[in-house]
Each structure stands twice: as C-alpha cells, then as structure tokens.
Design a protein around this ligand. Structure first.
Ligand code: OGA
Ligand code: NI
Length: 369
C-alpha cells in the first residue's frame, strides 16, 4: 500500500514526453508569429478580461522594506518587523533594500547568466535537463504531452542540501560562473536566515522557530535563472504562467532594466517596479502552511515583450525535504483550527513538477477537511 500511495509517476519518468524546443531559438528565428503551443486562452493573456479584474492597476506598488532598521536598536527592529508583517498580510510580496548583499555581486550574477544564455546552443545543450530532477538547462515546467507552454527558458540548480549539490550540473562557462554562483549562494543564505528570523518574530513566534520548523541547518536551497527572450506577440502569451511558489521563501533578483513580473492583488495584476539594487521577496506555499494561512503565498506571473529580453534569478529557500510540514502549534487555536494536513516538501513539489504552474491549486488542495 505504501508504494502505491507514493507512486506519483515521476519515478518512471526519466525523459520529456516530446522534443524540447528552446524559446530562445524561436525568438532568434525572426518569426513574426508564435507557435500555437504558446498561445494562452484569452482569459489568461496579459491584457486579460477586464471585467474579471485581470487588468493592470497602475498606481499600486508592493511595499519596500528597509532592512537597515534592524541595526537601529529595538525601535528600528520593531519597525522592520511591523513592516514585514503588514507586507506579508496585504501582499505576500515586498522588496528589501539595505539587505547587506553587495550590488556588485548582484550585477555579476545577472551578467554571468546573460553570458551563459548567449553561448552557442551546442554549449548549452550539454546541460539539457530532464524532468527527473529538473537540474540544468530547461524550457518547460510540467511533463504533460501537448500542454500549452510558457515563453521562457531557464537554468535550475541545487545549492543545498550538499548531497544534492553537483558542480557537474552547473555550467562551466562563462569562466567565473561557478565562483559567482557559490558566492551569491552564500550571501543569499545569510539574507534568507535574517528574513526567517524577522518573519518568525512577525508571526509572534520565537526568533528561531520558523527556521527550526524548516529543519534548522538542514534546509534546502536552489536557484532558477529565468531567461525570457523577446517575443513577437507578447499579448498572446506569458513568460511564466500564474503560480505560487511551492517552497518556503523566494528572493528574486529582477532584471535591472526590463519589467515583467506581476503580482495578484484583490483579483487584479499589479506590475512590480523593481527598486534599484533591491531584492523582491515573496512567501511560498510552505510558509502559508506553517503559518496556518496567517501569511499566504500569492500568485504571480511574468509578461514578455517585443523590444527586450529579460533575465531574473529566483533563489528558493525551502524546508528540509523529508520533514512533514504542517501548521505550527502556536498558530493553531480554537478560533484558528489547523487548515492543512502535513506533507513533506518532497511530495508536495512533485505536483508542480508534473503539471507545471497552476495558480494556487495545489496549496488549496491540501486543505484539511
Ligand atoms: C519564479 C518566478 C519571476 C520572474 O521563477 O518562480 O516567479 O520575474 N519568477 O522571473
Ligand atoms: Ni515564482
């Protein structure tokens, strides 16, 4: 019975069900129409159906939190914790400035990845990924044959746990690539540790409690570099379909020149205006579950455009993958009964790896009844 329950179909799935097409190749072919595979149904297109509230709402902005306040004594700390609490409750998304990561390193990270995607296709194909682990150079999320695809390529790699970190799956070119990723990974781990302490306090928990619930020092961390090539018909498709992030916490390094990320707010889509040298932080499904929905993971998507490509680097900070994740005891009360049944992140993640980005359908399906 045990094996039947855990047979999700992924174990048998070693390869893609149909040939992989690189979006970058489609873009560079100079075609003026996109293949039907990339055309979204009208309700999902960027312009959307205005009556259903999917039009962009200009004046709205995700909050910006200045982490510098944490060095300014108890008053400064309280202000930061309050700002994070408000941002998580209202948006599930915020930008952080004075986060301690050197902007030179941030720019280096963007540049090495641009260089990677500019390499000749044969060089990149060496790292072509499979749906077994997703590590390497990829062009789709989900394995269903005939699925409508997103207008983007990506590179996925594991940093933690160390047992999953494999330099052979990392690009060898450009030359400084591995060093830059290592250094960036170390800095982002520090930042995520700090954000976890702030989030824990903002939920009214002890400072280390959220980290403990993630498995202490045994957390997972992985990186997804997104490359969204220019698109001749940006109104018909998306770079990344609406989804919430399945993991714990996401820290996004956005393109310094080109916008594209949109966040769902009260049924509408709000375009994020990246603040110079800031990171964009968002709550993933695992924090929604641990916090018993005090904080919710929020849907987001990516638009593409005709004039310019876009690069972004998503850093995912996740719970230890074999730990059952359920609501923490302190956030379960008679008024707030547990909303979710515990599930390990390993099991949880198989869903998105099989069906691709599907809004918030998975975390919704976890509701205990
Ligand atoms: C992601 C993501 C946003 C972006 O990789 O999960 O949401 O702007 N990326 O690329
Ligand atoms: Ni995302």
């Amino acid at each position: 019975l045990q094996t039947v329950q855990h047979d999700t179909g992924m174990d048998r799935l070693q390869e893609w069900s149909e040939p992989i097409v690189r979006v970058q190749s489609l873009s560079e072919s100079g075609a003026t129409v996109i293949p039907a595979r990339y055309v979204k149904p009208p309700s999902e297109r960027p312009g959307g159906d205005y009556s259903s509230g999917s039009g962009d709402r200009p004046g709205l902005r995700i909050p910006v939190v200045d982490l510098g306040g944490l060095a300014e004594g108890a008053v400064g700390c309280r202000a930061v914790i309050r700002a994070v609490s408000d941002a998580c409750r209202e948006w599930g998304f915020f930008q952080v400035v004075n986060h301690g990561v050197n902007p030179v390193l941030m720019q280096q990270m963007r540049e090495v990845w641009r260089e990677f995607f500019y390499l000749p296709m044969e060089e990149k194909q060496v790292y072509a990924n499979s749906p077994k682990t997703y590590e390497g150079y990829g062009s789709r999320l989900g394995v269903e044959k005939g699925a409508i695809l997103d207008w983007g390529d990506y590179y996925f790699l594991n940093l933690l746990p160390l047992s999953l970190k494999n330099h052979e799956k990392w690009p060898l070119l450009p030359n400084s690539c591995r060093e830059t990723i290592e250094e960036y990974g170390q800095e982002l781990m520090k930042l995520c540790g700090l954000l976890m302490r702030v989030l824990s306090l903002s939920l009214g928990l002890d400072v280390g409690q959220l980290q403990d619930a993630f498995g202490g020092d045994d957390v997972g961390a992985c990186v997804r570099v997104n490359y969204y090539p220019r698109c001749p018909q940006p109104d018909l498709t998306l770079g990344l379909s609406a989804h919430s992030d399945p993991g714990g916490l996401t820290v996004l390094l956005a393109d310094e020149r080109v916008k594209g990320l949109q966040v769902r707010k009260d049924g509408s889509w709000v375009t994020v205006q990246p603040f110079p040298d800031a990171f964009i932080v968002n709550i993933g499904d695992q924090i929604q579950v641990l916090s018993n929905a005090t904080y919710k993971s929020v849907e987001h998507r990516v638009m593409v455009n005709e004039a310019a490509e876009r690069v972004s680097v998503a850093f995912f900070y996740n719970p230890k993958s074999d730990l059952p994740i359920g609501p923490v005891r302190e956030l379960v009360t008679p008024e707030h009964p547990p909303l979710y049944s515990p599930m390990t992140f390993n099991e949880y993640r198989l869903y998105i790896r099989k069906v691709g980005p599907r809004g918030k359908s998975h975390v919704e399906s976890l509701k205990a009844n």
